[in-house]
Write a protein that binds this ligand. Structure first.
Ligand code: HEC
Length: 488
């Protein structure tokens, strides 16, 4: 490959200048190196002592000051190549949605070597200046310093300090390889560079290997379908959401219930601190308002083994007294969740819901009253409930999910008349929903089928409205949830 002291006999050099007699194209393919760069290589080879020294053993390591340094070249800088693998993983996760090959934005998937050659059209600066992270426009776009346009990733939270550090140390390592080519310091790969994997600067979660993988919350949405998840918005972020539940699929009205009118909820949520959100929402069902707060002190996305916290809310239902009893109600839920293998989200919820029976016509035949027959009463009891939620994330970028949730009121049959329950005699099978979701940047969209037309906490807590989903040509409802997030 390299004949020490004799560039013209070195195949490496022949490949670079495209000399006669090489197999295949000259390297790098397409655009060849600048004359000065070729000369650097030539001088380096010429300057080598012919086969002396303690056997530089086929020295592939320090060789090849190919400017794209990284690009997985066998002769490239091993450290830069290792870091590039991690940077690619990070970019696949956070940037590829908009920076794919063939798109109009700079390509950030696959080989990243071109970034050392290409310049930003907007800022006229090189994306990567090997060895100099501070002059690399790619880094500027991540920190927001001296940039044209938006900070990256666009529409998403900025990268964590540890992730930016990874990009910086990759660029720094690229410089070590081209520096090595200048002749000096050939045999010194490791010095400088304190925080090896770039993880050093980060908040030190236990996953010591796949550093960029950290930071994925167990669930993408702040609610699964009805159940709150341990996902919070993050400090100074807004979320607007719209939830819809259509009419019964098997209804006479047709169109799978879409013509039958919908239960709708509009909500605003705000992240006061990381892990602490407040929300207000309004639904047309019983003209209900819900004012809630979610506090998740332990978060897997911040390096813990799981996420744990709670949700509490008060509700006010202001429809007519003739159809809405117990206008004030409240809810407490504990949430415990974990994301497994980055693909499988699970959550367990235990909740207590106060005054869940909103029917204004509760009649009961009191056992110690033989005279009057059934009398009107108000049922002020609460409901204990256990919920499970789960999502499996699909696709390379884990943006598509299969979602499921189930909420079981316990004990199921204690109500005189279960709030909102269409079938007085059936035993309550709880509330279920199954569907699919897609998460793109700051949008989250879900469609599903469910036996529960209610959306707000105190209204779904007593269980679903329909039982056997296969009776009546489709005894369930279509629904969708849509949310959009903004960071201030
Ligand atoms: C939601 C889409 C989206 C995501 C996600 C995204 N970008 Fe961008 N990026 C853009 C758009 C659009 C532009 C051009 C406008 C601008 O610069 O603000 C851009 C521009 C850039 C530029 C400057 C290009 C130039 O020619 O000046 C860099 C560098 C960049 N992005 C890096 C990244 C990195 C790194 C990530 C992931 C951490 C990322 N982007 C994630 C949409 C996105």
């Amino acid at each position: 490959m390299v004949v020490a002291g004799d560039p013209d006999a070195s195949y490496l050099y022949a490949k670079i200048v495209g000399a006669k007699g090489i197999a295949g194209e000259s390297m790098p393919p397409g655009d060849s190196l600048a004359a000065a760069q070729k000369k650097t290589i030539k001088d380096w080879i010429a300057g080598m002592k012919p086969a002396s020294a303690p056997a530089p053993a086929a020295t592939p390591t320090p060789a090849a000051p190919v400017p794209s340094g990284s690009s997985g070249g066998a002769a490239g800088n091993k450290k830069a190549a290792d870091l590039e693998v991690k940077v690619r993983k990070l970019f696949d996760d956070k940037c590829s949605a908009c920076h794919e090959a063939g798109g109009s934005e700079v390509v950030l998937v696959g080989d990243l070597g071109h970034l050392s050659r290409d310049k930003s059209k907007d800022a006229n600066k090189r994306f990567v200046v090997p060895g100099d992270p501070d002059s690399s426009y790619l880094v500027n776009k991540l920190t927001g310093k001296n940039i044209k346009g938006d900070i990256m990733p666009m529409g998403d939270d900025p990268l964590k300090a540890g992730e930016i550090e990874l990009v910086r140390s990759w660029i720094a390592a690229l410089g070590e390889s081209s520096g090595a080519g200048e002749g000096a310091a050939v045999e010194t790969p490791p010095p400088a560079e304190g925080p090896e994997t770039g993880g050093g600067a980060a908040d030190g979660g236990e996953g010591d290997e796949p550093a960029p993988e950290r930071g994925k919350p167990p669930f993408h949405g702040t609610f699964q379908i009805n159940l709150p998840t341990t996902t919070t918005l993050g400090r100074r972020s807004f979320e607007f959401r719209i939830d819809h539940r259509f009419g019964q699929v098997g209804t006479e009205r047709g169109a799978f219930g879409l013509d039958a009118g919908a239960n709708i909820s509009y909500g605003f949520a705000y992240g006061i601190l990381n892990g602490w959100d407040v929300l207000i929402r309004r639904t047309n069902s019983r003209k209900g308002y819900e004012l809630g707060t979610k506090y998740i002190p332990i978060r897997q996305e911040d390096g813990k083994k799981l996420s744990f916290g709670g949700y509490a809310s008060v509700e006010y239902l202001r429809d007519f007294p003739s159809n809405t009893a117990n206008p004030w109600a409240g809810n407490f839920q504990l949430l415990l969740s974990r994301l497994w293998f980055d693909r499988w989200s699970t959550q367990l919820t235990v909740g207590y819901h106060l005054r869940t029976n909103h029917s204004a016509n509760v009649q009961v035949d009191l056992p110690d009253d033989d005279v009057n027959g059934p009398v009107k009463v108000r049922d002020k009891r609460g409901t204990l409930g256990i919920g499970i939620a789960s999502t499996v994330w699909l696709g390379q970028k884990k943006r598509w999910g299969i979602d499921l949730e189930y909420h079981l009121p316990i004990p199921a049959d204690v109500f005189f008349y279960r709030g909102g329950n269409a079938d007085r005699n059936g035993s309550n099978i709880g509330s279920w929903a199954i569907g699919g979701s897609v998460n793109t940047g700051k949008h989250f969209f879900q469609i599903f089928i469910t036996n529960t037309r209610e959306i707000h906490t105190n209204l779904y807590a007593p269980g679903g409205q329909s039982k056997n989903p296969f009776t009546d040509r489709g005894n369930f409802f279509f629904g969708f949830n849509l949310s959009r997030k903004w960071s201030l």
